[in-house]
Write a protein that binds this ligand. Structure first.
Ligand SMILES: Cc1cc2nc3c(=O)[nH]c(=O)nc-3n(C[C@H](O)[C@H](O)[C@H](O)COP(=O)(O)OP(=O)(O)OC[C@H]3O[C@@H](n4cnc5c(N)ncnc54)[C@H](O)[C@@H]3O)c2cc1C
Ligand code: SF4
Ligand code: SF4
Length: 1020
């Protein structure tokens, strides 16, 4: 039996470990507290500081690291995406991250339909490359964009379509792995095995044979059982045999071993044909019990998935404007009361017609069950895709609950036989109410594994409630002969339930297996064997002792400073949550480590991770570092300012403030705002650089520069004379590789009288077809043709325009004599962390705009980063209701025009385009869902055939791309998809609203991108 390791001894070895790893491997070695802290958590409620973190570059690095760790007696913990929900990826060990460098396909055999991959390969990436061959790896976990094959095998993961394809254990053909002594063993077909794998296989066979009666008694007979080791490989107890031909495969012993037996080097996987067609039948139920009771009958029709969405989730989706329409496509009658539950029943296959027959059979079945007319048939692939998205988003909305009480995953994957599902869910719902909580049910009805998370506050009485609910849930699982651990693995959360599930003899046998594989107990100790109690608070991320340091943030975070009611989920009033950091800490703590930001597919989040694949350049890594700093868990030299510390600087360095996480992170972690907080604290500590000042005060001095004769031309020489650019790089850190925006002597503001026709009071404008058009610094001083084009379009459409300007403002203004007479949104100050200055500047604009917004006059902007400041940061800068009203009227030119067209108030009558159009959305535009209106508008130009470039951030991000230390990363971001897409279409217009996006495109492709105002004006 393994003894738990003494963790104090391990700390002593840290320096020696790091030294040897650095000397003997080519990998990245991290021992500082912030780096270790970023690997201390997964998507569970647990936290444990690693001894060190190692990111190996070669297989030899891993082998050497295992060897060194063994010699020094340091545990080893392999890690993929770190998305486990039970704490299996947390531990005081040398954590080895496979996800950065081990992402290759090693062998693909199309005839035999198998693939061999490295352990860090992400499922979606694998399936992306298999698609062209009509194949896929069908263990379709919800975290497909982040989960690695190594981690999936480690957890014996299961997808939504497991009823048709099985779990990981059913789909792994072989594993090559390092044992704890560094030896490599090949685990595959037992009959053909040899060497150490055969010896281990024989040993396990001996145990299994002796314990056969115990195994038959204690192993649940359900598909979804992932607890412990698969001691049943010799006589599978699963509903679905582990192999098709009844053979024994030793790799199945490693599947679900959670890094405790061996370190996977490569995995051979069984592939399935990609179904050509899919249809969906959505069954509407007036009773939740009936829905659960029907699942057992529905599965007999042979569906590939049966997924539950309950009423709470349907209502959440219906109350969200982005999901309302889609969720209502699933309802029999959207004017009637919301059904108590819907079941999404999917059939798939090679031909469409038989699937339509299946849908008919489903309708007949429901008729037989007394629910005639309850099925919405959905043969359309696009509608199906949208509905699956809503099903996923429902979970996200649930997870975004603010306050210390959170939906906690600990009994969310118990699996029971389908005939007992209705009784089990009803009884568990009663248990929740007994403990003052409530659960929202969703997911895999087909296999009796429904996800449900009661809301618990782990800082207060969460641990006690968790224990009580778990005890009662386990009694129900036993009553219904189910599996307590049915999908997400054991980890720290379910380890103690292994002996409960299997009894002492099997538990003892599992420990013997561990000893045979890993005699010193170095691989991921404390998981599966000798686990701690699930409610041992010393393992919690938020134990009752968790304390936040008092802090006065620069922005208003009171909306996060709340508590919630676990039954109604209502939150208390802003500012009442008791956060010593005034809500900032609670906003940071919204990150539950689900890892969704580690994605590479559509959308934007997180550009810096996409190009570096470093945990520290990821939204999650940033949130974790902030959390640790704000709760005083980092060793810091600059303790006076944890928020402005070097540890935070390191993680914020490559955050381009794209605001993608604000929209795409399931819990709404808004790192761009947190970066403003960091910059504010950091710059207070170290002061502003010349470059900061040059960027921040640009709106103030731009007018002066353009008005001094010859000065613009003189400054522009920098773009043509390399030594000047070099000198500037040396003095200011502005990259000589970049051209700078071209100064002009004739700008939009050169003749303030020219804007006299565009001056109206709010009263005057409200009596006409009026709009306010913001002349931002970038468009006014550097690209005034965009403003002129916007005026042309709006005028042609019959609108009266007011352009805010202090000198002619009819609204009272106290700042008439400052050097700048233009209003400004304060963006450049925010980028430099000068929040007070931004407040002052933006405050003037808010004062000016308030009367116009009060009269419901649209406020139109051209530069997304400026316009969306009014809809975002302005709301947390203390401007009160005025800012809220303004934000409701602030919109991009295309948003305004597209809405007017839709409302039938505008007919633009545009000329045909001579060439097609490519559109690149600015990150902030994407973050505020303002790309669709641009596309709608471009579609009004005959022959334009607008295509949206699927791109993340362009990499310029305000001043980021100009900064010498960021130029390479900036270019990599642009090259990830934006620039190659543009190069592929040499004969298109390229439309981009962001000044910096256009600049990046020009620098990288030598193509001129235009603002949408310009292309519209050109086609009038
Ligand atoms: C929102 C959300 C939804 C989820 N949905 C699902 C779902 O639908 N189905 C499901 O089954 N799970 C689900 N999970 C859980 C989790 O995403 C999966 O278990 C996933 O497969 C884990 O992959 P990973 O790369 O993140 O593994 P990690 O968490 O990094 O590791 C998982 C385990 O594998 C071990 N491991 C990793 N690499 C190796 C290696 N090379 N050798 C040996 N052991 C290794 C680790 O030590 C650890 O014990 C979900 C999680 C979240 C947060
Ligand atoms: S930042 Fe958001 S997406 Fe990333 S891990 Fe945290 S909660 Fe998930
Ligand atoms: S703002 Fe953008 S770069 Fe920064 S963390 Fe969020 S997604 Fe990543």
């Amino acid at each position: 039996m393994n003894k738990p390791l003494d963790l104090k001894e391990l700390m002593v070895d840290q320096a020696a470990l790091a030294k040897r790893l650095r000397q003997e491997t080519s990998g990245e070695v991290m021992t500082d507290s912030a780096s270790r802290g970023r690997y201390a958590t997964d998507a569970s409620i647990y936290q444990a500081m690693p001894v060190a973190v190692f990111v190996p570059k070669t297989a030899e690095d891993i082998a050497t690291a295992i060897q060194i760790a063994a010699e020094l007696g340091v545990p080893v913990l392999p890690r993929g995406g770190g998305t486990s929900q039970c704490g299996q990826t947390t531990g005081a060990a040398l954590v080895i991250d496979n996800s950065k460098y081990f992402r290759n396909i090693l062998d693909l055999n199309l005839d035999k339909a198998y693939v061999e991959v490295e352990p860090g390969m992400v499922l979606d990436h694998l399936n992306g490359s298999l698609k062209q061959h009509g194949l896929w790896y069908p263990v379709d976990v919800s975290t497909a964009g982040q989960a690695t094959i190594g981690g999936m095998a480690g957890n014996n993961s299961c997808g939504s379509r497991s009823i048709a394809y099985g779990n990981m254990v059913h789909n792994v053909l072989g594993i090559n792995a390092w044992l704890a002594n560094g030896q490599i063993a090949e685990f595959g077909n037992y009959a053909n095995s040899s060497g150490v794998a055969k010896q281990l296989g024989d040993f396990v066979k001996g145990l299994a044979t002796t314990l056969q009666p115990e195994i038959e008694t204690h192993f649940p007979k359900v598909l979804r059982r992932v607890a412990g080791y698969n001691l049943d490989i010799f006589h599978p107890q699963s509903e679905l045999p582990y192999t098709q031909d009844g053979s024994v495969n030793l790799s199945h012993l490693l599947v679900g071993s959670e890094g405790t037996l061996a370190y996977f080097k490569s995995l051979k996987l069984k592939l399935a044909p990609l179904p050509k067609y899919k249809v969906l039948g959505i069954v509407n139920f007036a009773s939740f019990y009936k829905a659960m009771d029907s699942a057992q009958h529905i599965v007999k029709l042979g569906p590939t998935a049966v997924e539950l969405v309950d009423r709470t989730m349907i209502d959440l989706a219906r109350s969200n404007p982005s999901f309302k329409k889609t969720i209502e496509t699933a309802l029999i009658d959207h004017t009637a009361q919301t059904p108590e539950a819907i079941l999404l029943v999917e059939f798939s296959g090679e031909a469409h017609a038989p699937l339509l027959e299946k849908l008919k059979a489903l309708e007949e079945l429901m008729g037989d069950l007394g629910l005639a007319g309850s099925v919405v048939p959905m043969p359309d692939a696009n509608l199906q895709k949208n509905l699956w998205e809503v099903r996923k988003a429902g979970l996200n909305i649930m997870m975004s609950l603010k306050g210390d009480g959170k939906p906690v995953s600990f009994i969310e994957d118990c699996a029971v036989p389908l005939e007992s599902l209705a009784d089990y869910t009803q009884a568990l719902t009663d248990v929740f109410s007994k403990y003052g909580s409530r659960g929202t049910w969703y997911a895999h009805a087909s296999v009796g594994t429904l996800h449900v998370r009661p809301i618990l506050d782990m800082r207060r009485d969460g641990a006690q409630k968790m224990r009580a609910v778990a005890e009662e849930a386990s009694a129900l699982v036993r009553k219904y002969k189910g599996a307590y651990s049915g999908e997400h693995g054991d980890g720290l959360c379910r380890g103690e339930w292994i002996s409960w599930q299997f009894g002492p003899k099997i538990t003892e046998a599992l420990a013997e297996i561990k000893t045979a594989f890993d005699p010193k107990g170095l691989f991921n100790p404390g998981k599966i064997i000798n686990p701690p109690k699930m409610d041992d608070a010393s393992n919690f991320r938020f134990p009752p002792s968790y304390k936040v340091i008092p802090l006065q943030p620069a922005l208003d975070w009171s909306a996060w400073n709340v508590q919630n009611n676990p039954v109604t989920e209502e939150t208390s009033a802003p500012g009442t949550g008791g956060d010593p950091a005034m809500g900032l800490a609670k906003a940071v703590e919204m990150c539950n480590n689900n890892g969704h930001c580690r994605k590479f597919d559509a959308e934007v989040m997180c550009p810096s991770y996409r190009v570096t694949r470093d945990e520290k350049h990821l939204t999650r890594g940033r949130a974790n570092t902030l959390r640790l700093a704000l709760s005083n868990q980092l060793d810091m030299k600059d303790e006076s300012s944890p928020l402005g510390s070097d540890a935070i600087k390191e993680v914020m360095e490559l955050c381009v403030s794209c605001k993608a996480c604000r929209r795409e992170c399931p819990t709404g972690v808004d790192m761009a705002k947190m970066k403003i907080e960091f910059l504010s604290a950091y710059k207070k500590r170290v002061g502003h650089s010349l470059r900061d000042l040059a960027v921040a005060y640009l709106p103030k001095y731009a007018g002066t520069i353009s008005s001094i004769p010859l000065l613009p031309a003189l400054l522009n020489l920098r773009n043509h004379i390399a030594p000047i650019a070099k000198l500037q790089e040396w003095i200011m850190g502005i990259s000589a590789q970049r051209s700078l925006p071209i100064w002009k002597s004739k700008t939009f503001w050169s003749n303030p009288k020219a804007i006299t026709p565009y001056q109206y009071s709010a009263d005057e404008l409200s009596k006409q077809k009026g709009v306010v058009l913001l002349a931002d610094t970038f468009n006014a001083y550097f690209e005034d043709e965009n403003l002129i084009a916007a005026i042309k379009v709006l005028t042609a459409a019959g609108y009266q325009i007011h352009i805010p300007h202090k000198s002619q403002s009819k609204a009272a203004n106290t700042e008439q004599n400052t050097c700048s007479k233009e209003f400004c949104c304060g963006r450049t100050y925010l980028a430099a962390g000068m929040v007070d200055k931004a407040k002052e500047t933006l405050g003037e604009l808010v004062n000016h705009l308030a009367p116009y917004a009060g009269k419901n006059i649209p406020i139109i902007g051209l530069e997304p980063s400026c316009l969306f400041t009014l809809k975002d940061e302005a709301l947390v800068m203390g401007f009160g209701e005025r800012a809220v009203t303004i934000s409701q009227h602030a919109q991009l030119l295309e948003e305004f025009l597209a809405n007017e067209v839709k409302a039938g108030k505008l007919n633009l009558n545009l000329k045909a385009a001579s060439k097609p159009v490519l559109f690149h959305g600015h990150c902030h535009q994407k973050s505020f869902a303002a790309v669709t209106p641009a596309m709608e508008l471009l579609k009004l130009i005959p022959n334009a055939e607008p295509k949206l470039i699927e791109s993340s951030c362009c990499g310029m991000a305000g001043s980021f791309g100009y900064e010498a230390e960021h130029i390479e990363v900036s270019k990599q971001m642009a090259e990830a998809s934006l620039l190659p897409s543009i190069r592929k279409s040499p004969d298109s217009w390229v439309v981009a609203d962001g000044t910096s996006c256009r600049h990046q495109i020009a620098d990288g492709t030598q193509r001129e991108a235009v603002h949408i105002a310009k292309i519209l004006a050109a086609h009038l």
